[in-house]
Design a protein around this ligand. Structure first.
Ligand SMILES: N[C@@H](CCC(=O)N[C@@H](CS)C(=O)NCC(=O)O)C(=O)O
Length: 217
């Protein structure tokens, strides 16, 4: 297969980049990675030459450009021949929860930006954010109960849904969300994952800091 090139932002801050990156790893697809630090002159200059939206992540493969995290995940599944649940009903629900994450949870995302290496951050309570978190927990519980089977992931085996919810796990960890026991178990699974550990170690080693994403005390 011709080489895949995934362009991403900082591992500490780029939540959208984490999704396809971790999925490609789980699917065992080899790819080259190019990191362009967000919020820098270098980013503004370089991303303009790659992406029509001037955003990351972007996948380049065989003359094709894919410029959206969920679309990259879909493309990766087609290349690998797996990545979505095998059963039609599970696959339909997985697609729905991925679409919901892709288009929603704006309060949670804006109030608790991904800051992968930060721990122990605290912010004031907010009912809209609490509702977003409750919905995430409902999605996890429902997916696990109905489709988790014997596997540790949302739909049993690792799928696009786990990749799409990986950044939110880091947000919940950073800001110390109080979660239900079954959510705590899923969060532990995500954080123990070798590919997530690799991402977190790289985020830890980055020197860039973005004030707007350094929220909480
Ligand atoms: N819908 C896009 C959103 C991508 C996105 O917003 N990426 C952020 C980084 S996490 C970005 O590139 N921001 C750069 C900017 O706004 O200048 C996707 O899913 O890939």
């Amino acid at each position: 297969m011709s080489p895949l090139l995934l362009t991403i932002g900082n591992k500490n801050y780029s939540s959208w980049s984490l999704r396809p990156w971790i999925l490609l790893k789980h699917l065992g697809l080899q790819f080259e990675e190019r990191l362009i630090p967000l919020d820098t002159a270098e980013f503004a200059r370089d991303i303009a030459t790659i992406s029509p939206t001037r955003r990351v992540p972007v996948l380049q493969h065989d003359g094709l450009l894919v410029w959206d995290s969920l679309a990259i995940c879909e493309y990766a599944c087609e290349l690998a021949g797996r990545g979505w649940p095998a059963a039609r009903d599970a696959r339909a629900v997985a697609r729905a929860v991925c679409a919901e994450m892709h288009a929603g949870f704006s309060i949670l995302r804006s109030q608790w930006p991904m800051n992968a290496r930060a721990l122990g951050r605290r912010t004031t309570a907010n009912p809209e954010r609490a509702a977003d978190i409750a919905r995430v927990e409902d999605i996890w519980a429902d997916s696990r109960r109905r489709f988790g089977g014997d596997g540790p992931w949302l739909f049993g085996e690792y799928s696009v849904a786990d990749a799409m919810y990986a950044p939110v796990v880091l947000r919940l960890r950073t800001y110390g969300a109080h979660l239900r026991a079954e959510s705590v178990e899923y969060v532990a699974t995500v954080l123990a994952d070798a590919h997530m550990r690799e991402w977190l170690a790289a985020a830890e080693a980055e020197s860039w800091s973005i004030d707007a994403s350094e929220i909480g005390r």
